[in-house]
Design a protein around this ligand. Structure first.
Ligand code: T3D
Length: 261
């Protein structure tokens, strides 16, 4: 599939997806969702990437659903938003979470509506100081979707989650980092270099181990369930080449060379 609304690259173990409709603040259309599904499928088929970066082109990260992508106005036929979520947003969130590699999100500007929550679906979120997160849904009579009702109370507690969801206030990136919603906020001029350093580090890391960390930390579990999952994942990782390499490197006092296998 040709991509017109996103950019996709995959080289040297690092894949990058850039939302690319800067004049509309990279808001989601049905076409962009189809291209994203195609890119995630291609990434899996290629089987060479060890980390994925998600970012936006221009001054915004993503303004959520493109509100002009279909006809919604008083008197027009109602739109089935449940179908849109089932077809587009849910597979995107689950697709990012299920990727067997870390997903870094570099939030280069405003992240509103589903744009904010797709960022939060990524594993490590870094944001430029001028970026912000806006749960804009309440301003058009909707609820936070794309995992917002799941991510926000877990990361922030109910008081902050409900305040953001009901008021739709802009949460500046530095406050998002202070509140523990994202990993880090950096100066605008340092976003690219910070992301690149992170990508390089993660592309050389033991990928299977990182994928297992995702599985374990995102599992909704009891203590006993968590202990069982840790046992099972640790058993699998104990058979990996990277585990053997890590131990050998430690004992030989040399840097490890992880293959991701
Ligand atoms: O399928 C479903 O519908 C269900 C799923 C829903 C998920 C959702 O995401 S619902 C929430 C949708 N998003 C919003 O409500 C956010 C709307 N946008 C804004 O509130 C503001 O644009 C921002 C706070 C994000 C940024 O404000 P600002 O002042 O920096 O920029 P701007 O001037 O508002 O936007 C720049 C342009 O992008 C502008 O176009 P223009 O005037 O230059 O021709 C604006 O209309 C356009 N734009 C921004 N967001 C959207 C958009 N166009 C369509 N849809 C948008 N979401």
């Amino acid at each position: 599939m040709e991509h017109e609304q996103i950019l996709y690259e995959n080289a040297n173990g690092i894949a990058r997806i850039t939302l690319n409709r800067p004049d509309r603040l990279n808001s989601f259309t049905a076409q962009m969702h189809a291209e994203l599904r195609d890119a995630l499928a291609r990434l899996r088929e290629e089987g060479t990437a060890r980390v994925l970066l998600l970012t936006g082109a221009g001054r915004g990260f993503c303004a959520g659903q493109d509100l002009s992508d279909r006809k919604v106005q008083p008197g027009s036929a109602p739109v089935d938003l449940g179908a849109s979520i089932e077809e587009n947003y849910k597979p995107l969130v689950l697709g990012l979470r299920a990727l067997p590699m870390p997903v870094v999100c570099a939030v280069n500007g405003v992240a509103a509506g589903a744009g904010a929550n797709i960022a939060l679906a990524c594993d490590i979120v870094i944001a430029a100081k001028s970026a912000s997160f806006i749960q804009a849904f309440c301003k058009i009579g909707l609820i936070p979707d794309s995992g917002g009702t799941y991510f926000l109370p877990r990361a922030l507690g109910t008081a902050r989650a409900i305040g953001l969801a009901m008021l739709g206030d802009k949460l500046p990136a530095d406050q998002a980092a202070e509140w523990g919603l994202i990993w880090k906020c950096v100066e605008d001029a340092e976003l690219t270099s910070t992301a690149d350093a992170l990508l390089l580090q993660l592309a050389q890391a033991p990928t299977r181990g990182l994928a297992a960390i995702k599985r374990a930390l995102y599992a909704d579990n009891t203590l006993e369930g968590a202990l069982d999952l840790e046992r099972d994942l640790q058993r699998e990782l104990g058979y990996s080449a990277d585990y053997r390499e890590g131990v050998a490197a430690f004992l030989n006092k040399r840097p490890p060379r992880f293959s991701g296998k």
